[in-house]
Each structure stands twice: as C-alpha cells, then as structure tokens.
Design a protein around this ligand. Sequence first.
Ligand code: HEC
Length: 112
Amino acid sequence: MRISIGAGIAIAIFLSGAALAADGEAIYRTNCASCHGPNGQGSPAAPAIQGNKFVLESSDRAIAGVIRNGREGAAKLYKDLPMGMPAQKLTDEELNAIVEYTRKLSYTTGPK
Ligand code: HEC
C-alpha cells in the first residue's frame, strides 16, 4: 500500500514536471520561425540558424543574451539586413528551452 502511494506521487510529480517543461520547438515556431525560417534556414529578414557560426561558437549565456535583448541599432552585425532582431519576451525556462533548440538547429543543414 505504502509503495503504491509512493509510486503514485512519483508519477504525479513526473507528469506535472513534463507539463511544465517549456517546448523549445514550439517556442521557435511561434516566436522565431517567421524571421529565421521554419527550419532555421534564414530569410531575407534574418540570418540562418542552421550552421550559424555565432551559435556554434558561443556559450548558452551569450546566445540567451541575444535572444532576450535582441540585437538592433549599433549592435547589429548583419549590416545588409534591413532590420535588427527585436528583444524576445520569454520566461527563464522558455529561454533555456529555446537556447537548447537553437543549438540543435545550428547543428543541422536540413531543408532550405
Ligand atoms: C523580427 C525578426 C526576428 C525574430 C522574430 C527573431 N529574430 Fe533572431 N535575428 C533577427 C535578425 C535580423 C538578426 C541579426 C541581427 C544583426 O544584424 O546582428 C537575428 C539574430 C539572431 C541570432 C544571432 C545570430 C548571429 O549570426 O549572430 C540568434 C541566435 C537569433 N537571432 C535567434 C532567434 C531566436 C531563438 C528567436 C525566437 C525566440 C529569434 N531570433 C527571433 C531577426 C529576428
């Protein structure tokens, strides 16, 4: 009896954790794909995330910084792009999830 209650509590904690965990891919589709492309292939508005040098060479913290603060005005690196990147309003948990997903996309060279 005691064991099954313990198992029930463990399952409940596991399920609530899964429900709370932010989904990086879903966040990407909602917040990033319109500029960076559905597969991270880039667009006339934003650089590709696939094979992105900055993402491949930067710490999670630096990547999170660009996503949270955006990169506009004098900070812009891609002078040929018409706009900068606007700051993204995300919770810490969403930010962690999207950094992880951004990193995953940077390793791909998938469909354009
Ligand atoms: C309105 C369009 C737009 C949206 C939405 C957008 N970005 Fe960007 N992003 C840009 C532009 C433009 C740049 C390049 C800015 C520059 O000139 O340095 C950029 C730069 C970046 C960089 C740095 C890339 C590099 O090569 O230096 C990362 C990482 C990034 N974006 C990730 C994201 C993520 C993740 C999201 C969603 C949470 C997102 N962006 C949403 C337009 C956008």
